[in-house]
Write a protein that binds this ligand. Structure first.
Ligand code: PGA
Length: 257
């Protein structure tokens, strides 16, 4: 983390878990575990139907609500889709885009992800742009090349002023939901590489200001070490964000020098 230049963000990704009726008890438990003062922005990304309940329950412990996906279209005949303006209208502040599960199970490619990033920015929602390599790519030593491509594609046509409203999440696919976390060194190396890619496109200042999160089996035990890395500005947390005590421990781990 480097709090002098950029904000720390701890975002939970609930994926397709939980019910709206479970949010209130979850938030009560979370609130009881949280320190009074916090040094990070807290976000919980839920299925879109649960965002209003999250906003209501999250108000007094200042948890922002986020979506997990968005349509690239602004409006119209796209049955089943949810637009960025609809997310903004119900109060979503963030939205995950390009998660590897969307890429893998829903055939999302980099062009589509770029369109979604722009749709979110246009509506004032901060995209949490997910990038990350597969195990095969890592073993073939293609990690940085592939991740650099994903970052460039996702940000294509996004100017420096708009970049300030974006968060990047480095999530190696082999670490998601597997219990296999990248080492702090591996995660730092790629997050630093992502910042270098952004520096190459936008210059030093915007690169210094962009928050880059790590995701992939981040948990209450390994969070502090990951967050201590200079280019890791927070976490995108799946499994551990479903447990209030663990999520609170990760939030507390941001409070380090
Ligand atoms: P995980 O998921 O923390 O359960 O590995 C992270 C994610 O998919 O965003």
């Amino acid at each position: 983390m480097n709090r002098k230049y950029r904000k720390t963000v701890i975002a939970g990704n609930w994926k397709m878990n939980m019910l709206a009726s479970e949010i209130k008890p979850f938030m009560e438990q979370l609130k009881a575990e949280l320190p009074k003062t916090r040094t990070c922005e807290m976000v919980l990304c839920t299925p879109a139907v649960m965002i209003p309940a999250m906003i209501k329950a999250g108000k007094d412990c200042k948890v922002a609500a986020g979506g997990q996906d968005v349509s690239k279209y602004a409006k119209g005949a796209y049955t089943g889709e949810i637009s960025a303006s609809q997310l903004a209208d119900i109060g979503a502040k963030y939205c995950i885009v390009g998660h590897s599960e969307r890429r893998q199970y829903h055939g999302e490619d980099d062009m589509l992800i770029n369109a979604k990033v722009k749709a979110l920015i246009d509506q004032g929602i901060i995209p949490i742009i997910c990038v990350g390599e597969s195990l095969e790519q890592r073993e073939m030593d293609l990690t940085m090349e592939y991740v650099a491509y994903q970052v460039k594609a996702a940000l294509s046509g996004v100017d420096a002023a708009k970049l300030r409203r974006c968060v990047i999440a480095y999530e190696p696919i082999w670490a998601i939901g597997t219990g296999k976390t990248a080492t702090a060194e591996q995660a730092q190396e790629v997050c630093q590489g992502i910042r270098a890619v952004i520096r190459g496109i936008y210059g030093a200042r915007p690169a210094r200001a962009v928050s880059i999160l790590y995701g992939g089996s981040m948990n209450a035990k390994n969070a502090a070490e990951l967050l201590a890395q200079p280019d890791i500005d927070g976490g995108l947390i799946g499994g551990a964000s479903l447990k209030p005590a663990d999520f609170a421990t990760i939030i507390k781990a941001t409070d380090q020098e």
